[in-house]
Design a protein around this ligand. Sequence first.
Ligand SMILES: NC(=O)c1ccc[n+]([C@@H]2O[C@H](COP(=O)([O-])OP(=O)(O)OC[C@H]3O[C@@H](n4cnc5c(N)ncnc54)[C@H](O)[C@@H]3O)[C@@H](O)[C@H]2O)c1
Ligand SMILES: [Zn+2]
Ligand SMILES: [Zn+2]
Length: 361
Amino acid sequence: MAYEVKGVVARSKGAPVSIETIVVPDPGPGEAVVDVQACGVCHTDLHYREGGINDDFPFLLGHEAAGIVSAVGEGVTNVAVGDYVILNWRAVCGQCRACLKGEPQYCFATHNAAQKMTLTDGTELSPALGIGAFAEKTLVHSGQCTKVDPAAPPTAAGLLGCGVMAGVGAAINTGAVRRGETVAVFGCGGVGDAAIAGAKLAGASTIIAVDISDKKLEWATQMGATHTVNSKDTDAVEAVKALTGGFGVDVAIDAVGHPKVFEQAFYARDLAGRVVMVGVPTPDMEITLPAIEIFGRGGAIKSSWYGDCLPSRDFPMLIDLYLQGRFDLDAFVSETIGLEDVEAAFEKMHAGEVLRSVVVV
Ligand SMILES: NC(=O)c1ccc[n+]([C@@H]2O[C@H](COP(=O)([O-])OP(=O)(O)OC[C@H]3O[C@@H](n4cnc5c(N)ncnc54)[C@H](O)[C@@H]3O)[C@@H](O)[C@H]2O)c1
Ligand SMILES: [Zn+2]
Ligand SMILES: [Zn+2]
């Protein structure tokens, strides 16, 4: 028996999202239905609504969620009804060339549910990042469910499902920040602040937060930034260099996804440093850099998908740190809202008023 529940849908490019009745099928082989308890509003949801990811409208938005497994399909063994899970968008296949090389965090053939959720007229929905969790229930591949300690509330735990994991992982996995290194994070939203928190966890000695909003910089300081730069009226590259003995940082993280910001990160880095792009550019964006600068500066330019995380390894680890009081996930939650408030949350995000609005379902 299929379920009819409420969900937040982006019907067409740029149009405000609406609450629709969506049809969630019973789980088929390898699939699970999850009763969503909380789902954070990530900038990527807004990218979807604006047609910045692809044109597969209508989208069922939301992808940063925690909830309870309410039904499983045939052959599912990794989770059972009643399990408390964080949804992930990296259900590794174990068979592709990345998995076979022992690098499942790069899996090229991640699993999603095979069946489609639909509108009541049968129109197939594209779930954001294969999840679609601004909804009372959602259908996913069972591998997208990562069991964690239920002592962590869903408003906090769900954040690991995307933005916070992406940011923390950009610092500790992709950037491989080491104790005593210097780090600059450009863009201090949920993702950037998580990169700051990750750099702090890794033992970075100098963590420079760069943003165009003073409020964001204040929050970044609470997350562990040791210095702040408002790049609206300051040359960010010069400011970062001035804070690092004139050299630049060991690791520069672009958590905005704009060519200008990437360029700042590129030039604000020390020789042989690492640049990490975790912000998502739109398909029309281009970056032009002098080839001699790319060569001459050495080091690495890396992009970070989902913080190069392995959900089965990283979610329970970060939940443990949270429960031990060593990693403050609650600090990311600016407000809790209802499903009907997602459009307003996009506006607040755009206006820089929130770090994370979290939908409580
Ligand atoms: N790579 C991944 O796996 C992954 C995962 C989640 C999100 N993302 C992407 O990360 C980016 C950030 O997401 P978020 O949820 O933190 O967004 P957000 O809107 O909460 O934060 C963006 C921040 O960037 C700041 N900013 C904007 N323009 C700037 C500029 N020119 N210079 C400095 N700062 C500037 C804003 O003031 C804001 O604080 C988005 O592009 C999102 O799509 C990537
Ligand atoms: Zn794989
Ligand atoms: Zn996201």
